[in-house]
Design a protein around this ligand. Sequence first.
Ligand SMILES: NC(=O)c1ccc[n+]([C@@H]2O[C@H](COP(=O)([O-])OP(=O)(O)OC[C@H]3O[C@@H](n4cnc5c(N)ncnc54)[C@H](O)[C@@H]3O)[C@@H](O)[C@H]2O)c1
Length: 384
Amino acid sequence: MTPKVVRIALIGAGWMGQIHSETYCRLYTRTTDSGVRPELRWVVDVDEPRARRLLETYGYARMGAKWEKVIAREDVDVVDVCVHNSLHRDIVLAAARAGKHLLCEKPLATSVQAAEEMVRAVEEAEVVHMINFNYRRVPAIAYARQLLGEGALGEVYQMRVLFAQDFAASPDLPVSWRFRPDLAGGGSLVTMGSHAIDLMRWFMGDVSRLVSMTSTLVPERPLTGDDGRVVPGRRAKVAVDDVTSVIVRFASGAAGTLETTWLAHGRKHHLEFEVYGSRGALRFNSERLNELMFCDGSSPAELRGFRTILVGEPHPYGTQFGLKTGMGIGIKETFLLQLQDLLAGVASGTKVTPDFRDGLEVDRFIAAAFDSAGLGRWVELHTG
Ligand SMILES: NC(=O)c1ccc[n+]([C@@H]2O[C@H](COP(=O)([O-])OP(=O)(O)OC[C@H]3O[C@@H](n4cnc5c(N)ncnc54)[C@H](O)[C@@H]3O)[C@@H](O)[C@H]2O)c1
């Protein structure tokens, strides 16, 4: 089959821009049922050396500094948004207006109003839209979701999620856009929690109400200038949440808790969840990406306990990488699965998931959690 070509314009050549670029290159050489191939047309960044590095490493055809000049071009099918959060809105609105398909990094936006505008824009333009909640494509998580859907846990009572990292544990970590509310829209709840909230919704359905507490425990960090370099001897005030706890009531009646922290010494990339039901329980921790723990509550009392399932060939995506069970995949493979589905959706003109509506619901959760923390009381959530 002659591969259909999907032409990419990548906006933002930082960390995620590099991972997306590498992923497109892997997809270029991959034989898939859909026969779709990405073509790297444009890489755009205000930081010229960054754009040039990706152009030269991954073979983009052209580079630019102004996204406004690139996204509406004839030779672009997909605009891939990898800039800081507050810029997602403007790029998405302009790209949708130009009829371009969209991949947007998480979170969708820095306000519910902006997220609603973005959903409206892509739906009116009838373009394919995906948000990069890539944890849905961790095979162990996809299998956990499958078990839940098959009723392996019986009636689902509760989900607990913790996303803990240590990257900001030192007060000497300089400020970046992630610590600025105007650019990021929040702190650990936004940066890490957005993934966790999406998983909670995917597993448990809509949230009806929540109550939360946010804490800024490192209120100052070394100041950086426009060039990203530390300004010697100067510190910047930081007002975003370092640590957040949320208690959740799901529309189903089930209970939930979510904790996020980027001050957690010893935790590297620790997205952990537990789900308890009337017939069993599940546990997962992203530092052990290929393992899922399952407890069958109907097994004899003396054997009842968590067993560790090494996720591989018999599980979701298990035949995608030509690996034997136990060899294991890494987080980059989840980007591969995600972007592969995006390209297939663009080639066939069909919807993909998770999409901007999922992004909007996560932004509604985040806004409600910040409202609740400010008001010091429960807040209702309205979806749709
Ligand atoms: N899915 C995930 O697991 C994951 C992980 C990390 C980050 N993210 C998300 O990816 C996005 C980017 O994060 P990152 O870590 O790559 O950030 P980054 O700071 O490494 O990269 C952002 C890039 O955008 C560029 N930029 C800024 N303004 C621009 C403009 N006007 N036009 C063009 N380029 C511009 C910057 O120069 C920088 O190179 C964020 O939304 C973040 O939340 C997602």
